[in-house]
Design a protein around this ligand. Structure first.
Ligand code: FEO
Length: 170
């Protein structure tokens, strides 16, 4: 049985994951508008991942006999100065999400809620991967500065990304 406090914190995290999805979908639309379909695809897959994260929390709350309460999703930005600004915001956002996950782990440990802590460890690992992949993308984008043709090569590469629901693996 989840404590009231833990249930509320997990419900808040569903909202944060869905907000993240909304943010990345907005970034995808921005890239479509800028004529960068590969970046748009990469962000669309990122948005799909966030929905799968929200669903992992959704299913977990239900499995523990808790009650899912969905809250409104706050508006997301829709304009950025350039490609680098979008990727920088993505990295900063993933770092913020990592801190949210760490706070949830702290709460689970405090409550000796081993099941929730165990479920959250999937997210601890996932956040390491998320930060690493966005950091790698930022490095690539930074290398294109002053070489606009290189961005098209990166765009082509990012167009290959396909969504795999990792919450269903392992
Ligand atoms: Fe759900 Fe990108 O963290």
């Amino acid at each position: 049985m989840l404590s009231e406090k833990m249930q509320e914190a997990l419900n808040d995290q569903i909202n944060k994951e869905l907000w993240s999805s909304y943010l990345y979908l907005s970034m995808s639309a921005y890239f479509e508008d800028r004529g960068l379909p590969g970046f748009a695809n990469w962000m669309k897959v990122q948005a799909q991942e966030e929905v799968s994260h929200a669903m992992k929390f959704f299913n977990y709350i239900n499995d523990r006999g808790g009650r899912v309460i969905l809250k409104p999703i706050v508006e997301v930005p829709s304009e950025w100065t350039d490609t680098k600004a979008v990727v920088e915001e993505t990295l900063n956002h993933e770092k913020l999400v990592s801190s949210y996950i760490n706070n949830l782990v702290d709460q689970a440990i405090k409550e000796k809620d081993h099941a929730t802590n165990n479920m959250l460890q999937w997210f601890v690992e996932e956040q390491v991967e998320e930060e690493a992949s966005v950091s790698e993308l930022l490095d690539k984008v930074e290398m294109t500065e002053g070489k606009p043709h290189v961005i098209l090569n990166i765009d082509k590469e990012l167009g290959q990304r396909v969504f795999v629901d990792e919450t269903k693996e392992g």
